[in-house]
Design a protein around this ligand. Sequence first.
Ligand SMILES: [Zn+2]
Ligand SMILES: [Zn+2]
Length: 147
Amino acid sequence: MPTGITERNKANAELASLGYSIKSLEKELWQPKVTLYRHTPAYNNSGQMSDDIGTTIKNLTSEPSYIARCARLGQFTFPPSESCICPWCKERKEQGVDVTEEDGATSVVSPLHSKTCEDCGAILQAASSGGLSTKFKYHKERLHSEA
Ligand SMILES: [Zn+2]
Ligand SMILES: [Zn+2]
């Protein structure tokens, strides 16, 4: 078996374990350049959302090890959806957050949970209450820990 095929199978297996379906691997990967969609929001240093779910990151290399690294951060070559098998979409589905599909494009209903930090007034948002409390704890530890 040629090395190239083995490498590719290995990469496919890793990507599949991170949330890629075999179908999406065949369709979306192995193109020269790919667009990635965030399946989990990005946050800046003060804990505020900088990029929402569904935000695209364009023109990235489709090198499998790079794609795998992105997948570990919740960035995939397909939009987030209800049928997505990645850990982030699965968690949102379990939390009952609406993900609607329209015209092939996917839009995610914006975060349902928010909390204002009493120390600095920052508004923290998350798609789930569990996510929010984790984020709030992290925010407090980072910015307001007196120890
Ligand atoms: Zn997903
Ligand atoms: Zn604060």
